[in-house]
Design a protein around this ligand. Structure first.
Ligand code: BTN
Length: 326
């Protein structure tokens, strides 16, 4: 009931009477009063005035289930939504849940990760109170060789949500880093569970540097946060709700055709690598090519100095700019 009360109070300057809340939710005044008190204890500033009702003055930037649900469209996500103050890794939790039978379309969010994982076995630094770490669990019925496209669809969805809050153009470094002003503000790690050739589940882990301002010296030259790049302090619950909603919308489109056709234009418009030289590192060898854009399978189309073209498949290679990160 807490999220329903929050949804009623939100976005209004005027008071909402206790009576109106009782009628809308079909509960007693005492029940409303108890819920409001609980919300206050959780850090919500709610003004209560006799004969006027309740008014929400400020929400804390907490990753609580009721707060996130109050921003999400009804019915999303279709599966579980679980928030943890601290966990080893949301990807690991999603995998444990998948094995225990969790439903398709579940989302696991943590404030702190003690063993946050990045791509290529790297550690993903995950301090509390500032950033976003979450994982979407999907059980898609698509061939294994199309799974990497889900990561691209996720990147696009997160970019849309980030841009809405940051007010800055959010670009994508192929296949799935999000970049503002040339600096990485988000990374995505997709893992899957399959037996023989049969896909069981996919977990898509998203780490967004939201309000952090301090970065370790070894990443500070290419990593940043939305706050640093836009000057805006972002409400994490709103951002994650918008990113989940954008993913659900885009995923529906993707699932209908099982390729990147509906997203080619938007993805390529956001692609920071377009018309730039990229270093492609594959099996320890390095190639320099000019990137042209992605195709409908999500592969990166590149060209050598003689105009010969080839498609690069994500997962097999690491792509860098020739002078640095992009
Ligand atoms: C990258 O290296 O760019 C990918 C980073 C992915 C980090 C996210 S944070 C949420 C999820 N849980 C993890 O342990 N990793 C991913």
């Amino acid at each position: 009931m807490k999220e329903e009360i929050l949804a009623l109070l939100r976005g209004r300057d005027e008071f909402v009477s206790g009576q109106a809340i009782c009628e809308q939710l079909g509960v007693s005044r005492t029940a409303v009063w108890k819920c409001v008190n609980q919300l206050k204890k959780e850090g919500y500033e709610i003004e209560s005035v006799t004969r006027k009702g309740y008014r929400l003055l400020r929400s804390p930037d907490l990753l609580l289930e009721e707060e996130i649900r109050s921003w999400l469209p009804a019915g999303l996500p279709a599966g579980q939504l679980c928030c943890f103050p601290e966990i080893d890794s949301t990807n690991e939790e999603a995998k444990r849940r998948a094995l225990a039978g969790a439903p398709d379309d579940s989302v696991y969010i943590a404030d702190i990760q003690t063993r946050g994982k990045g791509r290529r076995g790297r550690h993903w630094i995950s301090p509390g109170g500032q950033d976003l770490f979450y994982t979407i669990l999907k059980k898609p019925e698509i061939p294994l060789n199309r799974i990497s496209m889900i990561t691209l669809v996720t990147a696009l969805s997160v970019a849309e949500a980030v841009e809405k809050h940051a007010g800055e153009f959010c670009q994508i470094k192929w296949p799935n880093d999000l970049v503002i002003h040339g600096k990485k503000i988000c990374g995505i790690l997709t893992e899957m569970g399959a037996e023989m050739d049969q896909l069981d589940y996919v977990v898509i882990g998203i780490g967004i540097n939201v309000n952090r301002v301090e970065f370790d010296p070894e990443i500070a030259d290419h990593a940043s946060s939305i706050l640093k790049e836009s000057g805006r302090r972002i409400c994490r619950a709103r951002l994650v709700s918008d990113a989940i909603a954008a993913f659900e919308k885009n995923y529906r489109q993707f699932a209908a055709v099982k390729d990147m056709t509906p997203f080619l234009k938007e993805y390529n418009d956001r692609l920071i690598n377009v018309n730039r030289e990229v270093r492609i590192i594959k099996d320890g060898k390095e190639l320099v090519r000019r990137a042209l854009g992605i195709n409908e399978r999500g592969e990166l189309l590149v060209e050598d100095e003689k105009g010969r073209r080839e498609c690069i498949i994500s997962g097999e290679v690491s792509v860098r700019g020739i002078y640095g990160y992009v």
